[in-house]
Design a protein around this ligand. Structure first.
Ligand code: HEC
Length: 474
């Protein structure tokens, strides 16, 4: 009778008691912990960014080889740095998440219990998380861009060849990834390899012909010969050749890519003649030719021939955002974006609006992330993706008219709270190096130069960029 009573009492009361400590109900990592990480952490500690060197979406990322550096100590929630960070008061500069307010008590309790119970990371969780992240990214992307093919997962010899190619690409400094856990489709980004790209590395792409759907060769020294390899990648959907040595001659190889939906030829030597080659690409929806030799009439002719194709000669900020990417060698600034008297320290950087920005320490980095709009106007070299109407009509370096339309900014430098426009990237670079030299040409903006200019002086925000607007990537 007593046994019966206690059993029924437990049945009644058990589930109502809050689970506490390791003895509480077993936490299910994938359905209880991962949703918290996904909602509040992966944005900065996931596939795109690993702030503070921490990655929370993979087992290897959390349980790094150096045990002392681990932020989670299985069985010891209270001693885990991760728990200490999420339990800091909400006004502490070190509290995590770094944006959007602290976790709720219930969320913290789940993470604590998971760690006290041994911080189990089940087999296959990495894959499930990758799919979750890819799924939500795809959900937010425009339909045309999210329609990635479900290609068969490579097996056997093909898989081995692929793994070898991935390894060689990564060794060269490139990125090679599967786009989602449930498809064989993969992507490669070699733009960071820059002018160190060799024919051997390019040749590795051939092993990926059956699965490669996205390829970024921008700012590498890839030329027409490289396109011979690219032409064999019949599954490509997205191809970025911005600022490469590609010309009309090489483009004929691209004409075979029947799935290609996006092609970026920004800053290449391609002309109206070369554009003829893409007319046969039935799947092509976006073509960026800004800064190439394509003329307005050439673009208009192509638009007429291919009504579904958007030919962009620089009208779009999207084109800009995709090509004004972080320079391969480091941040755009040498002095900390928050404390301009200090130099940028190695590895203390964030990528914001596609541009790599450096800091002297993690505190400054966190301060920037908290309110980028406060610091961007003083950051020379930063290009606003949109809304940057140049204050000047003619290029202060060459005297030619400022390039681009009124509202979008192909070549702009924020300087002393004003947005200065240029006719080309060369002039912008010359200005950024030594702006004072060109001040006499900017009397319409700043008036006659009375006293010597103070470079790098923080200026009043012109049009602050709202924090968080462009950072949310998942
Ligand atoms: C908006 C970006 C952002 C978000 C969101 C964010 N963090 Fe961070 N996190 C940072 C930055 C920046 C650093 C490095 C500077 C520092 O240590 O404060 C960092 C550092 C950390 C560190 C210290 C590094 C280490 O290895 O111990 C931990 C732990 C951490 N974050 C945990 C989390 C957790 C858990 C979440 C989600 C609940 C989270 N963060 C969400 C930006 C973020």
């Amino acid at each position: 009778m007593r046994a019966l009573l206690s059993v029924s009492l437990f049945a009644l009361v058990g589930p109502l008691l809050p689970a506490q400590g390791p003895a509480g109900a077993k936490v299910d990592f994938l359905t209880e912990v991962v949703p918290i990480f996904k909602a509040r952490c992966f944005e900065c500690h996931g596939p795109k960014e690993q702030e503070g060197g921490l990655r929370l979406d993979t087992k290897a990322g959390l349980f790094v080889a150096d045990e002392k550096a681990r932020t989670v100590r299985p069985g010891q929630a209270a001693k885990s740095p991760l728990v200490q960070r999420i339990e800091l008061p909400k006004d502490d500069p070190d509290v995590m998440p770094a944006e959007g307010g602290p976790l709720t008590k219930a969320q913290i309790a789940v993470i604590r219990r998971w760690i006290d119970q041994g911080a189990v990371w089940p087999d296959g969780a990495d894959k499930a998380i990758a799919a979750l992240i890819a799924g939500s990214a795809a959900g937010k992307a425009k339909p045309s861009e999210s329609a990635l093919p479900t290609l068969p997962m490579p097996a056997g010899a093909q898989k081995e060849a692929e793994q070898r190619a991935f390894a060689a690409i990564r060794k060269a400094g490139g990125v090679a990834l599967r786009v989602a856990a449930d498809t064989g489709a993969c992507e490669v980004n070699l733009s960071l390899v820059g002018d160190k790209l060799t024919p051997e590395v390019l040749g590795q792409l051939e092993a990926l012909a059956a699965t490669l759907v996205r390829l970024d060769l921008s700012r590498t020294k890839a030329g027409d010969d490289a396109l011979q390899v690219v032409g064999k990648l019949g599954q490509l959907r997205w191809l970025n050749l911005a600022r490469t040595a590609v010309t009309d001659r090489g483009l004929s190889a691209v004409a075979n890519l029947k799935h290609l939906g996006y092609l970026n030829l920004y800053g290449t030597g391609v002309t109206d003649v070369g554009l003829q080659q893409v007319r046969g690409l039935a799947a092509l929806r976006k073509l960026y030719v800004w800064g190439s030799k394509v003329t307005e009439s050439g673009a208009a002719a192509l638009r007429k021939a291919c009504p579904k194709l958007r030919v962009d000669r620089g009208e779009s900020a999207v084109a800009l955002a995709s090509v004004v990417v972080a320079p391969k060698t480091g941040p755009i600034n040498t002095q900390c974006a928050v404390s301009p008297t200090k130099s940028v320290a190695a590895g203390k950087e964030v990528v914001y609006e596609g541009q790599r920005i450096g800091f002297c320490c993690d505190k400054c980095k966190a301060a920037f992330l908290h309110n980028p709009g406060k610091f961007l106007p003083g950051l020379r070299g930063f290009l606003h993706a949109k809304g940057s109407v140049a204050a000047n009509k003619s290029c202060p370096v060459s005297g030619k008219p400022v390039a681009g339309s009124a509202t979008e900014a192909p070549f702009r430098s924020p300087f002393r709270g004003k947005v200065i426009g240029f006719c080309c990237a060369k002039c912008k670079a010359a200005f950024d190096k030594e702006p004072e030299r060109f001040l006499p040409k900017l009397t319409d903006v700043f008036g006659a130069p009375a006293s010597p200019a103070k470079p790098g002086k923080p200026v009043k925000p012109g049009k602050p960029v709202k924090p968080g607007k462009t950072k949310k990537v998942l």
